[in-house]
Ligand binder design. Structure first.
Ligand SMILES: [Zn+2]
Length: 299
């Protein structure tokens, strides 16, 4: 079975540099990584090569890599340029930045990135805001470009580890708001990660009413603790029943080294897929086929 990972973070040197800036320290990426006991990413091409070796060692065919701070499109673009058949470039965009539309156009048209990632809780821009609409319009005018919207509970592990305050407004990341956008832009694929990260019911409602809405399965899905008795098995079963196997995208949420690719998340989800009676054909869609259809490998 082909494995494509729809959710990995590309923690570049620029990513750590941006966090240092937000924190207001003069720390370099290297110093920050030493504090975290993580490997220093080095130049983007070196990090890209390390990712490829990691994917190879786990038989992962392709991966979405996310530029995980605004304005880090170039790092992911460099990785994609070196390995265009293996990586699909996603990028975080802050719609409140004056140059957000220009950045989005450039990232897609020149840097060949494929998905705009919105974090409304982090950037404090409601999904109904015209600043978001103009970003989605850019995706809509470029077939093959998806919009990823983080909903539900948002915690960024690295921010907590380095003591960076995260004043996220969770009210802004609601899958029902995504459904409004998805209905207005029916040709744009929308991706909600982590099954809605605590807003599973809303994510299912959105997926049920919007054919262009996808759910990613990534991370340990610790949010299931918010619903007493809920299991990841039940989440998979309900997601397949409502969204169908064609609109679920396997992902791990892997990010830093030396931890590397999160095989345990794959193993758990694979076991759940088998145990809950998902057919081999449907599992092939969830673990690779849907990603391939949304983001065909560049020929
Ligand atoms: Zn993530």
């Amino acid at each position: 079975m082909t494995i494509n990972d729809a959710h990995c973070h590309f923690f570049s040197s620029q990513f750590f540099g941006a966090l240092a800036l937000q924190k207001g320290t003069a720390q370099t990426a290297g110093e920050m990584c030493r504090e975290l006991k993580w490997d220093e990413p080095g130049p983007a091409d070196a990090l890209a090569d390390r990712w490829i070796a990691e994917l190879d060692s786990h038989d992962v065919s392709r991966a979405a890599i996310i530029a995980s701070v605004p304005a880090d499109e170039a790092s992911v673009a460099e990785a994609v340029a070196h390995h265009p058949t293996r990586f699909v470039g996603f990028f975080m965009l802050d719609p409140s930045m004056a140059d957000a539309p220009d950045r989005a156009r450039r990232a897609i048209d020149e840097l060949r990135l494929r998905a705009i990632c919105l974090f409304p809780a982090m950037h404090h821009v409601p999904l109904g805001d015209p600043r978001v609409t103009r970003i989605v319009e850019i995706a809509a005018s470029r077939p093959g470009v998806a919009v990823f919207v983080h909903c539900g509970v948002l915690s960024v592990g690295v921010r907590a580890k380095i003591g960076l305050p995260s004043r996220f407004d969770m009210r802004l990341g609601n899958p029902l708001e995504v459904s409004k956008l998805a209905l207005a832009f029916p040709d744009v694929p929308f991706i909600i990660p982590h099954f809605g990260a605590g807003m599973f019911r809303e994510a299912l409602m959105a997926a049920d009413t919007c054919r262009n809405l996808y759910l990613d399965t990534s991370s340990s899905n610790g949010w299931i603790k918010y619903t007493p008795g809920l299991t990841l098995d039940a989440v998979f079963t309900a997601a397949v029943a409502v969204a169908g196997p064609s609109r679920l995208l396997f992902g791990t949420d892997s990010s830093f080294f030396p931890r590397g690719w999160q095989k345990a998340i794959y193993e758990t989800q694979k076991q759940i897929a088998v145990g809950s009676g998902i057919s081999a054909a449907d599992a092939a869609l969830i673990f690779g086929g849907n990603f391939e259809r949304l983001f065909p490998a560049a020929s």
